[in-house]
Design a protein around this ligand. Structure first.
Ligand SMILES: [Zn+2]
Length: 198
């Protein structure tokens, strides 16, 4: 059913745009588990940090490494590794964006070259560097940058949102979570990744 929904989205995008020969966007922000990186038995995914992001917003970009490590430590088939040059496909690109909404922290775009399957070819993670809760958080928002980075990386590898309010205590992928309390993948998230990659 989820795959049918994804295919529906892709078809809709193709019908509604005249963009040719470009990867289509799968939107994991709206639909659960919209795709996955291909490969077996171990899936290796490169990641690359936009140099401007790394230098101009180093405090935010510094959250990439702990976020990657936390997902790699979840003991699933997917393994992210740093690269100084993208060879792709199968990569995650970390960068930044700007949105004045004080409750907008980041976003993720997931792309696929295929219109017939759920495979992800690459993903972009964008951190909202116009939000001081991300760039210079007070103690009240101390873990917001890492929680956001880790959450968006979850989208990048194919996870959608967990929708149940009750899941806010057990899922990084719940938008209602306490971002100071949950800033690494926890039980529900790891179970979802195992579902995608095993
Ligand atoms: Zn999200």
């Amino acid at each position: 059913m989820k795959k049918i929904i994804c295919l529906g989205i892709v078809t809709f995008i193709i019908l509604m745009t005249s963009v040719s020969a470009l990867a289509v966007v799968l939107d994991p922000d709206a639909y659960d588990e919209c795709g996955y990186f291909p490969g077996t038995p171990k899936i290796y995914v490169e990641y690359y940090i936009n140099p401007t992001f790394a230098t101009s917003y180093s405090s935010v970009a510094s959250k990439v490494q702990p976020a990657v490590t936390s997902w790699n430590n979840s003991n699933t088939a997917i393994s992210l590794y740093s690269t100084s040059q993208l060879y792709g496909p199968n990569y995650v690109y970390f960068s930044y964006m700007s949105n004045s909404d004080p409750n907008y922290f980041g976003e993720c775009h997931v792309y696929s070259y295929s219109i017939m399957g759920p495979e992800i070819d690459y993903s972009y993670v964008y951190m909202n560097v116009s939000n001081s809760k991300i760039t210079a958080p007070s103690s009240s928002y101390a873990n917001y940058p890492l929680s956001t980075m880790c959450h968006e990386l979850g989208h990048a590898i194919g996870l959608g949102h967990t929708q149940l309010t009750s899941e806010k205590y057990i899922s990084l992928m719940c938008t209602a979570r306490d971002r100071n309390a949950i800033y690494f993948p926890v039980y529900t998230d790891i179970r979802h990744v195992h579902n995608l990659y095993y």
